[in-house]
Design a protein around this ligand. Structure first.
Ligand SMILES: NC(=O)c1ccc[n+]([C@@H]2O[C@H](COP(=O)([O-])OP(=O)(O)OC[C@H]3O[C@@H](n4cnc5c(N)ncnc54)[C@H](O)[C@@H]3O)[C@@H](O)[C@H]2O)c1
Length: 359
């Protein structure tokens, strides 16, 4: 098996995690080059991870190294331009979350995928732990019954100094606050389990931090399957937690973690009359895989080899991004919002803050 040739653009914090995950995937993949506008960071990264080729920009990397997959690990404001550059060159791209600053940019990338025959995938690593796979399989098999209620709370803490980094907490460079940048992981898993959403009512506040964007949002979301969810995204919560809870007809399934989970972070409580059937399915489902970049990359590589769209596809990422846009649209217009109200004529299609923000 020939290794897939991968490259990294943006060699800051998260890029290190990408490089380590790729290294752990062994002979399946080889990191052939890297790009950063900061020469010092680029050089430290390439030295540390034995990356053979360093480039000052994407065009030179694509021309000289001809990678099959580019990992975009830059701040969100540059994702669209860099991903478009890859797709136009016919190169597959795996972009860190959020994939773009808004829905309009994401739709342009989806169009470029179709036109140039290359694929865009977004990093949402929490879909790939065995607990999430097991939950989704049980739901699909009808073991859990109908989903009724969900809780999706990302209550994290970031001090004021976190916002000193120039791209953070600004609409133009981060696209939003914890709704767009942090809780999006959990909202993506919520959507992966519950499917299409139909209405959102939300508020957003700048409760404690000096930033352009919100530091918390709260929403109630309805889904096409009839379930309703409470969604909270916060950066002001001193005891940090990522909590997901699904109340199905036949069981409650909970996930409590912070930045990644293993099997032990899940808890299932079956309704007494279904206990045997539910627990049997829970015990025999997928197991042993933590949610991680490595878990997602393994699936991306498998898809590229098999000729299927690598996960998380632009269509799947769009559903989550549209929920993010819906939270802002509802918060800043102070009314419930449906997904079909977020089309190209909506102010929230090109800017997550719409014409606002209106605090
Ligand atoms: N999946 C996760 O769990 C997770 C966790 C943290 C961050 N992220 C995401 O990863 C991305 C990067 O975050 P970070 O904390 O690593 O940022 P960072 O600021 O530490 O690193 C970004 C790097 O990109 C470089 N860069 C900026 N613009 C560039 C360009 N046009 N071309 C080439 N290089 C460029 C910078 O010089 C810097 O070295 C963000 O989208 C963030 O949301 C994801």
């Amino acid at each position: 098996m020939e290794p897939i040739h991968a490259a990294v653009v943006g060699t800051g914090n998260i890029a290190g995690l990408h490089a380590e995950a790729l290294r752990r995937l062994g002979d399946e993949v080889r990191l052939v080059g890297a790009v950063d506008t900061d020469a010092g960071r680029l050089s430290a990264f390439c030295d540390r991870y034995d990356v053979p080729a360093r480039h000052p920009d994407l065009a030179s990397l694509l021309a000289k190294e001809r990678p099959e997959l580019v990992h975009v690990c830059t701040p969100p404001g540059s994702h669209h331009e860099l991903a478009l550059g890859c797709l136009r060159a016919g190169v597959n791209v795996l972009v860190e979350k959020p994939p773009t600053l808004n829905l309009g940019e994401l739709d342009e990338l989806a169009e470029a995928e179709r036109r140039h025959g290359a694929a865009l995938a977004t990093v949402f690593q929490h879909r790939f732990g065995s607990g999430a796979l097991r939950l989704r399989a049980m739901l699909d098999a009808g073991v859990l019954g109908r989903p009724l209620l969900a809780v999706c709370h990302t209550t994290w803490f970031r001090p004021q100094s976190y916002f000193d980094v120039e791209w953070r907490g600004r609409w133009a460079t981060e696209g939003g606050g914890p709704t767009m940048g942090h809780g999006i992981h959990q909202m993506d898993l919520l959507c992966a389990v519950l499917g299409d959403w139909t209405e959102v009512s939300a508020l957003a506040r700048r409760q404690a931090r000096r930033s352009e964007t919100e530091d918390l949002s709260m929403a109630q979301v309805s889904f096409a399957n009839g379930a309703v969810a409470s969604v909270v995204n916060s950066l002001v919560s001193v005891r940090e937690e990522s909590y997901l809870r699904f109340d199905f007809e036949r069981a409650t399934v909970e996930l409590t973690h912070l930045y990644g989970y293993g099997d032990d972070d899940w808890r299932i409580t079956p309704a007494p009359e279904y206990a045997e059937q539910v627990l049997a399915a829970w015990r025999t489902g997928p197991a042993g895989v933590r949610s991680s970049h490595q878990a997602q990359f393994a699936e991306v590589l498998r898809s590229l080899r098999g000729g299927t769209p690598p996960p998380v596809t632009s269509a799947e990422a769009r559903r989550t991004m549209r929920l993010v846009a819906g939270v802002y649209a509802s918060a800043f217009t102070r009314r419930p919002v449906r997904p079909d109200e977020l089309g190209a004529d909506s102010p929230f299609y090109r800017r997550m803050q719409g014409d606002g923000p209106r605090w």
